[in-house]
Design a protein around this ligand. Structure first.
Ligand code: ADP
Ligand code: MG
Ligand code: MG
Ligand code: MG
Length: 401
């Protein structure tokens, strides 16, 4: 009985559940497959054999799939379904539609996006998506600026802050992104060939470690915008003409640059992968150029759209003071650079890896790829005050080689 007590569903349960909430007729012939590849949740794809209609049910488990060391409240599924609903309105076309949220079973029913591909997987096949920068910057400006005090009435904004208090998932970020990568934490997983470099260039640099502490406190205290909170290329579904953001269970009010910086860093992982895995020089240069252009466009288009949306939508009186918009945008770009740096470091040093790097087979190539990420990451953090334009971001990446 789905209406009494929470339990984690099997594929059979998920099909019965789908009928019980009237997603399909009682006599429909269904198939179901659990397709989750993440660490925390179960994702069921249910298809009606007759007319091929399909839906996705995502259920939060009580513990992480990788290790029951991470116990997490299934309430994160409420957060995910509620923010998907909000983002669907703020950034139409860029997130799946939610059909149902169930606070007992801790599951959400949404559009099946199987006609798209997970962006990290597509980038590892060295595919190009010329519309991505345009799409993701619309998503970023709309979800970040339109949830901030610049636009939202302040009492209403504080209600949103309350709605998206997310202490457990924030703690994961505070530990994995802002703390563990900066010392020889037993939970880190440093590639043996990079260990010396990490010790010398990251852990022994007191100045860098101090900056990580300042950034950690900014992450915990700057309730600026309603973040996605986990916006890497594994949280983006993509095809030529469409971009859809999924998996916002880490959502909370934090610094706007957190989401933008994650997008940038994950494009840099794809760049490092392309650089060290594409053998043909012409193909390699072409793909690397595509990624460099995309990174530059994300920063520059974000800036253009941010300015336009601010001019059209700001409601806060002081937002009109001369110079305030420029000041505010500067702080977002500064935080974007810092978070790009943090993400670059933590995916190389910390527990959660990215396939872009771990799939580089040749040992020396992997070490060189990791060095680029670590060197660029460090520069992004230390020089964040002066990294503001697409060209500045590209300069940091190209100087890291
Ligand atoms: P987790 O929080 O566990 O990482 P995700 O939301 O990222 O879960 O989903 C895990 C995987 O399930 C995705 O990588 C994707 O392959 C599949 N998936 C998730 N949502 C959908 C969807 N709406 N349509 C199709 N596949 C999906
Ligand atoms: Mg995920
Ligand atoms: Mg996943
Ligand atoms: Mg997730």
């Amino acid at each position: 009985d789905f209406t009494v007590d929470y339990f984690t569903m099997t594929e059979q349960d998920a099909m019965e559940y789908a009928k019980a909430i009237n997603l399909f007729p009682e006599d429909a012939e269904l198939t179901c497959k659990e397709i989750g590849d993440g660490n925390l949740n179960y994702v069921f794809k249910i298809v009606n054999i007759k007319n091929h209609q399909s839906i996705i049910i995502k259920q939060a488990g009580p513990v992480a799939r990788i290790s029951d060391e991470f116990k997490l409240s299934p309430d994160r599924n409420r957060i995910e379904s509620e923010i998907l609903g909000l983002q669907y309105k703020l950034a139409p076309g860029f997130v799946p539609k939610v059909y149902n949220y169930d606070p007992i079973m801790n599951c959400t029913v949404m559009d099946d996006l199987s006609n798209h591909e997970i962006m990290r997987t597509a980038l590892l096949k060295h595919k190009k998506f010329p519309l991505f920068a345009d799409h993701i910057t619309t998503f970023l400006v709309n979800t970040l600026l339109l949830t901030s005090d610049v636009v939202v009435e302040h009492k209403e904004k504080k209600e949103l802050v309350k709605q998206f208090i997310n202490p457990e998932l924030c703690e994961i970020t505070e530990d994995l992104v802002y703390t563990e990568p900066f010392y020889d934490c037993p939970r880190n997983e440093v590639f043996e060939g990079s260990k010396e470099f990490v010790k010398e260039v990251i852990w022994n640099d007191k100045k860098l470690v101090l900056e990580s502490a300042k950034l950690k406190f900014e992450f915990m205290t700057n309730a600026q915008s309603l973040l996605h909170g986990d916006l890497h290329t594994g949280s983006i579904f993509i095809k030529k003409d469409s971009t859809k953001v999924i998996d916002p269970e880490f959502a909370f009010y934090g610094p706007a640059g957190y989401d933008i910086g994650n997008v940038i860093a994950n494009l840099i992982f794809a760049y490092a992968n392309g650089k060290f895995t594409i053998e043909d020089k012409e193909t390699r240069d072409d793909y690397i150029n595509y990624l460099i252009t995309t990174i530059k466009d994300v920063i520059n288009l974000f800036t253009v759209k941010f300015n336009k949306t601010w001019d059209e939508k700001a409601t806060e009186r002081v937002a009109r003071y001369e110079g305030f918009k420029e000041y505010y945008l500067d702080t977002i770009l500064r935080d974007t650079a810092a978070v790009a740096g943090l993400e670059l470091l933590r995916r190389i040093i910390g527990l959660a890896k990215v396939k872009d790097i771990t799939s580089i087979q040749e040992r020396e190539a992997r070490i060189r790829a990791e060095k680029i990420c670590l060197t660029a990451g460090k520069t992004f953090i230390l020089s964040r005050q002066s990294i503001k334009t697409g060209a500045d971001f590209i300069n940091v990446i190209q100087s890291a080689e």
